[in-house]
Design a protein around this ligand. Structure first.
Ligand SMILES: C=CC1=C(C)c2cc3[nH]c(cc4nc(cc5[nH]c(cc1n2)c(C)c5CCC(=O)O)C(CCC(=O)O)=C4C)c(C)c3C=C
Ligand SMILES: [Fe+2]
Ligand SMILES: [Fe+2]
Length: 329
């Protein structure tokens, strides 16, 4: 086979190795120490993190992970591996050569270093970095950038890199989301309303210039347009609050607890910011938040799965790769 013109690094957040308090503690210790995620002054945050957060949170969160753990491991990693294999098969056929596709996590395994080593072994010195975050945020996309730069620090030479910053308004991404909702309606029945839930960030980060909420709004509006929804047929909210600071509003859990169930007894819920299902969708959205809605008197609550390794998602990612590597082919 011909020499590969480039490699693709699929980057995602990372996940614990096991659904145990010890493994979750290791994972959270690395994740929550990143200044891109939490920017509180280091001595103050070191004390809060070690004296409180890492003493209490891992046990509860490990139980939540255990409830969604798959035979292949954490859903985020298991689905990430399936995405990696499917994208590679697609690109190999498209380019007629062996295109290395590696998975690298910002926190935990597989590390960015292991991905870099695989590219070196394959002999590629041009790498397309594709963070699996459609909407840019300093807390996720910029953290990939930092982690990659750290991984490259010991290298005497570095590869040529192209970094995809976001794809929140990519037409194939919006079409894949709309297709997944239509398919869900066809198989599970259509509810009265679509709730579009996004992982939140502290409001202060947005006030300081993080474009994340603007990207979420643009994706939500484009999806609603693609599905021909009227403004009163969809709502956008933010989930996964952490700490005491104000986060982006409206909050998903509060919205569901106060839902007007008489007017709208059934809802479909989608989380377009997650390229792969994970703890935040499978446990927090599909279980915990369903509970709030049903307790409020709701009748039907139906979660539309993430794009995961569905064909239209892989084709969309292959399209991004193609457009961003034209100079290299
Ligand atoms: C200050 C804390 C956090 C910010 C800011 C944040 C932003 C953010 N996160 C994602 C995507 C994911 N987050 C996931 C889990 C998770 N997130 C936080 C905290 C912040 N996230 C924590 C503490 C956790 C772990 C679980 C817990 O302790 O509650 C995951 C799932 C990982 C998995 O293993 O399944 C994802 C994915 C985005 C997109 C985002 C900002 C845009
Ligand atoms: Fe998060
Ligand atoms: Fe959560």
């Amino acid at each position: 086979m011909a020499q590969a013109p480039f490699g693709v690094l699929l980057a995602n957040l990372g996940t614990p190795d096991e659904p145990t308090p010890a493994a979750v503690r290791r994972y959270l210790g690395e994740f929550l120490w990143d200044r891109r995620v939490i920017d509180v002054s280091r001595p103050v945050w070191w004390f809060i993190l070690n004296a409180f957060v890492l003493r209490t949170r891992p046990k509860r969160v490990a139980e939540a992970y255990a409830s969604v753990w798959e035979a292949e491991g954490s859903p985020l990693l298991a689905i990430g591996r399936r995405q990696q294999r499917a994208l590679k098969a697609h690109l190999d056929a498209q380019y007629g050569c062996d295109i290395p596709v590696e998975l690298g996590m910002t926190y935990g395994k597989p590390t960015m270093e292991s991905a870099g080593l695989a590219f070196r072994r394959a002999g590629v010195n041009r790498i397309l970095v594709l963070p699996l975050y459609p909407q840019f945020s300093r807390t996720t996309t910029a953290a990939v950038f930092d982690r990659l730069a750290d991984a490259l620090k010991p290298c005497p030479d570095i590869p040529e890199l192209h970094f995809i910053r976001d794809y929140h308004d990519d037409s194939a991404y919006i079409a894949a989301l709309a297709e997944s909702v239509r398919e869900h309606w066809a198989t599970r029945g259509r509810q009265n309303h679509l709730l579009i839930s996004w992982h939140g960030i502290p409001k202060r980060y947005a006030d300081e210039g993080d474009p994340y909420p603007k990207h979420c709004k643009a994706t939500s509006e484009a999806l609603a347009r693609a599905l021909e929804l009227e403004p009163d047929q969809w709502t956008m909210t933010f989930q996964s609050r952490f700490g005491r600071e104000e986060w982006l509003q409206p909050y998903t859990d509060e919205t569901l607890k106060n839902w007007d169930v008489k007017a709208t007894p059934g809802i479909d819920v989608i989380c377009p910011g997650f390229a792969a299902d994970c703890l935040e969708t499978l446990e927090e959205i599909q279980e915990e938040n369903r509970g709030y809605f049903m307790e409020a008197g709701g009748e039907d609550y139906s979660y539309v799965p993430a794009l995961n390794d569905r064909e239209s998602h892989i084709e969309m990612l292959a399209g991004l790769v193609e457009r961003n590597t034209r100079n290299w082919c």
